[in-house]
Design a protein around this ligand. Sequence first.
Ligand SMILES: NC(=O)c1ccc[n+]([C@@H]2O[C@H](COP(=O)([O-])OP(=O)(O)OC[C@H]3O[C@@H](n4cnc5c(N)ncnc54)[C@H](OP(=O)(O)O)[C@@H]3O)[C@@H](O)[C@H]2O)c1
Length: 248
Amino acid sequence: MSETKVVLITGASSGIGEATAKLFAARGARILITGRNEAQLRAVAEKTGAKLVAADIADPETPSRLIREVERAYGRLDTLVNNAGIAPIAPLSESSRGHVDKIFSVNVSAVIELTRLALPLLLKSKGSVVNVASVVADQPFEGMGVYSASKAALLALTRSWAKELATSGVRVNAVSPGPIATPIFAAEKMGVTPQMLEAMGAGIKERVPMKRLGTSEEVAPVIEFLASSAASFVTGAEYCVGGGIEAA
Ligand SMILES: NC(=O)c1ccc[n+]([C@@H]2O[C@H](COP(=O)([O-])OP(=O)(O)OC[C@H]3O[C@@H](n4cnc5c(N)ncnc54)[C@H](OP(=O)(O)O)[C@@H]3O)[C@@H](O)[C@H]2O)c1
């Protein structure tokens, strides 16, 4: 039985969020999952018993809707996992204001708004926040400057909030995955051709000391650990799950 009683996981329709929902469910937690793809969310909800809200996290109404729903369904919140994220590729020459806004609205602004609105519930439960950042925050890949900057922002927020909330009982930590085999690497999600994607894939593996991609199931237990009372003296930390790629 998980000590983490009620968990809100963003971006749980696939990949790391889905694996995290399954792990928390296996530990007995009650879960609210969100993402845009309702069919995929339903499939995850069926396996985990989770409640779901299908919505775009970048929509200004979504964060308050999620908090209302978690309160209505469960009356409390113990853990917020800010996992939803996008990673379209663009070199500087193509990093238009639109590209920046698209990435930052999902990867940064929505996280700030959702965490701000979750705070009263987290203060009540002395709960915790786990932000899913990335090893590229410290070690950016070329062509991913804006994405890397969004994850660096997430790490800065994690460290700042951890200090701000340290005496309140609310802990805030980050998990930074290295390259993990998830749908985020789909050509259409990254905005590249399948050929470019194949070439990138080989190059990425070479950068990982373990010479392979990780799996979502290798990331989820680290998220679960940081949310658990086993990590009661851990706050403001970044845990890398990167096959040997570490924070700078
Ligand atoms: N895979 C990696 O190599 C890697 C490495 C480092 C960090 N990460 C981070 O890990 C997190 C999870 O990514 P993943 O690899 O598991 O990829 P994924 O399978 O594509 O998952 C991303 C999740 O975010 C959701 N999402 C994206 N945009 C959204 C929006 N506007 N509104 C609501 N939900 C949205 C997606 O749901 P819908 O499509 O249903 O909206 C999906 O559930 C991300 O923050 C990513 O940056 C991944």
